[in-house]
Design a protein around this ligand. Structure first.
Ligand code: PGA
Length: 252
């Protein structure tokens, strides 16, 4: 199974620098291919430029978010329709920063529904517990709650032949330099797959991949690479440095 190496650029780069980084990564990956699927997630305003620059290249791109509804009166939102026209391959849904600052907890189910029902784009659903929840021993409970909420509007048959990607991102590990212990990552990934298969027992889902995210960098990614439960990585800070990101993309 091809693994995924995804770079979430968040709102760290402007259009100009997004284009420079995308172009650089694409040129290098076109010469020396990675065995993994490499995806970058620029901010909305850079998507068009990036999509043109890396057209037909080895590197794919995705969107960091999407509107919860189809075209209409939703000021400030970005439609699934536009993302489809840009040839977006993936969409992040429910990243913890969206949940924390933009009340996305309430919109995750609609966003996932919108993407699954109205496009072939692959959603990457982000879930993960806070430090307080972890300390209370509630990690699995939270993962189950987030998964159930996110898929609450979809039926088993909606997921037929779909590739589903879940990113396990413990909130306390994001941007903090703290990486979850290897044993905890394994347990969480197993649990996510178990909850998911119980939720959609008997369905013909093509594939469920679980990525890990949270302070992954060039110094620690090899510890995660050994784990068969980890189907890829969602990388924030380290994805902004071309050398580091490529090092991970080639060696994971
Ligand atoms: P980080 O971010 O690698 O900087 O911790 C990960 C993410 O937010 O997806």
């Amino acid at each position: 199974m091809k693994k995924i190496i995804a770079g979430n650029w968040k709102m760290n780069l402007d259009c100009k620098n997004s284009l420079i980084l995308a172009d650089k990564l694409n040129k290098i990956l076109n010469i020396k291919k990675s065995r993994n699927e490499v995806i970058i997630f620029p901010d909305f305003s850079s998507l068009f430029l990036v999509s043109q620059a890396i057209k037909d290249g080895q590197i794919k791109f995705g969107s960091q978010d999407v509107a919860h509804k189809g075209l209409g009166a939703y000021t400030g939102e970005v439609s699934l329709e536009s993302l489809k026209q840009l040839n977006c391959k993936y969409i992040l849904i429910g990243h913890s920063e969206r949940r924390q600052y933009f009340a996305d907890n309430d919109l995750v189910a609609d966003k996932l529904f919108n993407v699954i029902k109205n496009s072939k784009i692959k959603p990457i659903l982000c879930i993960g517990e806070s430090l307080a929840q972890r300390k209370k021993g509630e990690t699995f409970k939270i993962l189950e709650k987030q998964l159930k909420e996110a898929f609450s509007k979809l039926k088993t048959k909606d997921l037929e032949n779909r590739n589903i990607v879940i990113a396990y991102e413990p909130i306390w590990a994001i941007g903090t330099g703290l990486v979850a212990e290897v044993e905890d990552v394994v347990k969480a990934h197993k649990k996510i797959k178990e909850i998911f298969s119980k939720m959609f027992r008997g369905s013909k889902i093509k594939q469920v991949k679980v990525l890990y995210g949270g302070s992954v960098n060039v110094d620690n990614f090899l510890n995660l690479q050994k784990l068969q439960e980890v189907d890829g990585l969602l990388i924030g800070g380290a994805s902004l440095k071309a050398g580091d990101f490529l090092d991970i993309a080639y060696n994971f």
